[in-house]
Design a protein around this ligand. Structure first.
Ligand code: NDP
Length: 255
């Protein structure tokens, strides 16, 4: 019999940026462990198609189309979900972007866009959901960082700054909200094959470097993030707070 510690039956999870990639894999993983899930993206068609895929597999799934950078839309949608679908027990702040350019030529609007999406998006959704969770005295927030929460690489300094901010925003959310019964933690993925990383996946030289640089010797498979998400979303992590869990095949453990 599966341990009740990891059982998510009866829980409702909102996963931002879950119409594809890591967010979709995490939504499916939480659903497989019993949660009802609310999928999000900016594109209604893509989000609806992702919801359909989960419903076809008999999971309870709903769509919520909003842009995490729009604080009013985020708050309004979260209030709507709470009223129409149910209390949000789990929030995964996953929506994120990448943009690559040498730092001395980095376009200012791309810097702003990265911070608005990767950092402000997590603040807006975290704040709007926490206001409901605090009243209930319980809730789980999982922010998606990156190995770039810890390590830099050429051409992605602004992304690295946003993911460092996510690690510390996680600690800050914990400092403010743990006393209200919330657990706020982060998952920091290494390199996974998703659309965001398509340019790297297609680059044989990068893949060879990555396989050598990662102690596990390979790219990650998005399904390998599910265990960490279920742990941090469930009662199993009831005294884990402000922590960043690296799921990176050992990359941040070695040089
Ligand atoms: P993808 O580009 O494959 O997916 C991003 C998702 O976010 C899409 O569903 C997209 O849908 C949605 N999205 C983007 N912007 C917004 C927005 N403003 N509001 C709402 N939804 C938005 O990315 P990944 O799955 O690769 O990455 C997901 C997260 O994981 C990111 O935070 C990323 O930084 C992090 N990460 C990824 C790694 C990897 O190896 N892939 C490694 C480490 C961290 P739409 O465009 O329709 O809005």
């Amino acid at each position: 019999m599966p341990s009740p510690l990891f059982d998510l039956a009866g829980r409702l999870a909102l996963i931002t940026g879950s119409s594809q990639g890591i967010g979709f894999a995490l939504a499916r993983g939480l659903a497989e462990h019993g949660a009802a899930v609310v999928l999000n993206g900016r594109d209604a068609g893509k989000t609806g198609a992702a919801v359909e895929k989960l419903r076809e597999a008999d999971f309870s799934a709903h769509a919520s189309v909003f842009d995490v950078t729009d604080s009013r839309a985020v708050a309004a949608e979260i209030d709507r979900i709470e009223a129409a679908i149910g209390p949000i027990d789990i929030l995964i702040n996953n929506a994120g972007l990448q943009f690559r350019a040498p730092l001395e030529d980095f376009p200012e609007e791309q810097w702003e866009r990265l911070f608005r999406t990767n950092v402000s998006g997590a603040f807006h959704a975290g704040k709007a959901v926490a206001r409901h969770m605090i009243g209930r005295g319980r809730g789980k927030i999982i922010n998606i960082g990156s190995v770039q929460s810890e390590l830099a690489r050429p051409n992605i300094a602004p992304y690295t700054a946003t993911k460092g901010a996510i690690r510390n925003l996680t600690r800050g959310m914990c400092a403010d909200w743990a006393r209200h019964g919330l657990q706020i933690n982060a998952i920091a993925p290494g390199y996974f094959r998703t659309e965001m990383n398509q340019a790297l996946v297609d680059n044989a030289e990068f893949s060879a470097w990555l396989e050598k640089r990662t102690p596990a010797g390979r790219w990650g498979n998005v399904d390998e993030l599910i265990g960490a998400a279920v742990f941090l979303a469930s009662d199993a992590s009831s005294f884990v707070n402000g922590h960043t869990l690296y799921v990176d095949g050992g990359m941040t453990a070695s040089v």
